[in-house]
Design a protein around this ligand. Sequence first.
Ligand code: ZN
Ligand code: ZN
Length: 292
Amino acid sequence: MQSKTQDGGAWENCGQPEAGKERDACGEGKIDGILRNFRAADGHVRTDLHVHSTFSDGDNDPETMVRAAIAEGMEVLGFSDHGYTDFDESYCIPRDRIGEYGKTIRELAARYLGQIRILCGIEQDIDGGLPIGDYDYVIGSVHYVNPGQEYLPVDMNRDTFAFIVKEAYNGDPLAFAEDYYRKVARVVERTHCDIIGHFDLVTKFNGNEEFFRFDDPRYLKAAFAAIDALLPYGRPFEINTGAMSRGYRTDPYPHRILRDYIREKGGQFILSSDSHNQRNLMNCFTDYEGEL
Ligand SMILES: [Zn+2]
Ligand SMILES: [Zn+2]
């Protein structure tokens, strides 16, 4: 299990508030048009803004992803490699490669202009503070819970999830979910994100309801409270198919009950593949584009 002592240094070390000012000056609103309408002329969604490359934990280098996106007929490809977190450097863009990341994506955007629109985004974990650098957009995500002094991963694998439930939440998986949702409720406030990343990630290994039922009142109360806290920001929630392409789930997150709730309350969605491999771009989008 990956876990690091929570020393409270993550915020200071990430360079805010300077990084925040940069973003406010240069990054706000760059993808507003895309978020309002990401459908191609044929009515299908050909925009995917949640994509990883070898700059963080993806399998393929950025140019390979670009070529695959063009072959798939995509109109907009947004890279969103993992922003820096000093308490866990195992999966994010290394601190000394952050500049190279932006430069590489911008160069690809220029080289493939006319074939595809390429954006440079970042997936920022809530515990990493504001992103370092200037990006077209930010996806705000929660990947860890902090029941004690450690950062415990939400989505590593089934056995790790079960271990955390047992050891950190006294065998109560709903206490894990409640803790996760208390944190998710603050993801826009903490990351200034444009897109709410994989809301409901805590159910990644619960597709068969092994840990709790999706109609359990405690689960729904916690999730609805987080949705209610996030809706006023007006940011779209992802319909994230990443766990489907990796075989963990047969449906995306958030769960259908939560998607219905978000829709009823006037919330917006964006389809995201969370691709870590060129084969998964726009995975299952045609199955869910009717929900947008
Ligand atoms: Zn993520
Ligand atoms: Zn991701």
